[in-house]
Design a protein around this ligand. Sequence first.
Ligand SMILES: NC(=O)c1ccc[n+]([C@@H]2O[C@H](COP(=O)([O-])OP(=O)(O)OC[C@H]3O[C@@H](n4cnc5c(N)ncnc54)[C@H](O)[C@@H]3O)[C@@H](O)[C@H]2O)c1
Ligand SMILES: O=C(O)C(=O)C[C@]1(C(=O)O)C=C[C@@H](O)C=C1
Length: 315
Amino acid sequence: MPERLGPPRATPLFGRVALIGLGLIGSSIARAARHLQLAGTIVAVDRSEETLARVRELGIADEVTADAAAGVKDADLVILCVPVGACGSVAEAMRPGLKPGSIVSDVGSVKKSVLAQVEPHLPEGVHFVPAHPVAGTEHSGPDAGFSTLFHNRWCILTPPDGADEAAVERVREFWASMGSNVEIMSAQHHDLVLAITSHVPHLIAYNIVGTAADLETVTQSEVIKFSAGGFRDFTRIAASDPTMWRDIFLHNREAVLEMLGRLNEDIAYLARAIRWGEGDKLFELFTRTRAIRRGIISEGQDAPDPDFGRRRGDQ
Ligand SMILES: NC(=O)c1ccc[n+]([C@@H]2O[C@H](COP(=O)([O-])OP(=O)(O)OC[C@H]3O[C@@H](n4cnc5c(N)ncnc54)[C@H](O)[C@@H]3O)[C@@H](O)[C@H]2O)c1
Ligand SMILES: O=C(O)C(=O)C[C@]1(C(=O)O)C=C[C@@H](O)C=C1
């Protein structure tokens, strides 16, 4: 299906953009930035030679390198698109190449830990504006990316106290140009909210698929056979990248454990209602949750806007 994107900008937002990690998110940014001409030059940095070779074949970047310091040289914007557990070592490796006055950002699903890992490695005069596009799929790697991934999705910025306002504004504009609705909040608040809306749901999916597969009476083939129902949605989520999700849970430990505690209490409440035949309690909850789902759909939060770009005034 052709990607519907708006006409390119007359002048790019950034002269040189270095993307570190060209998987689902990095390659989607590369594609979108290229289509919309948000960057004069796109540099792809990845430690995997296989990924770099694929980026060359796909033609989604202007330059490729495995050397982080060389890749960020002269870049105006650097975006870390690696698993959250790798952000500290990548920041350390790229440090010698960073240009004074440049902006460093990231796309990590956890914000407090990324801030703590990256900030100590940034030289004076380099601005850090962390970001999290709340958009993704269960797929990974450079072939999984697509330029419309961020349309009509939230992108949360978590600038640290005292962050350079002009740098925050430029990162906001970058994401807005890719179709995202940008919101700003603290890293602490982000991690708490995302723990319940994204991280715990993934843990539940990993758990339920694992449990079903382990059950003696439910063989692997039956899991597949009956997966056309609600279980199938869980299997999609449970197919998400193991490295990425291991890192998310290890780096958002406190918030996830807090939300899991609450979840355990609520599950105990439901178990009790089932045991004692308290149908009104079940009915009340299921009615409330149905309204929430319908509200999300009516606000159009569950699908990208297919007309994105046509109505934008940035031609
Ligand atoms: N997948 C999603 O749905 C999603 C959504 C929003 C944000 N995120 C965040 O985006 C980041 C990337 O996720 P993704 O789905 O694009 O992952 P991915 O597995 O598709 O890609 C990650 C890339 O990073 C590279 N990489 C790993 N360690 C590296 C290192 N030390 N130096 C250089 N390159 C390295 C890998 O080779 C790979 O190409 C993660 O922090 C994740 O939390 C993911
Ligand atoms: O739709 C999916 O596959 C996702 O899991 C995307 C999702 C999410 O939980 O919403 C996953 C992690 C990211 O940090 C952001 C988006």
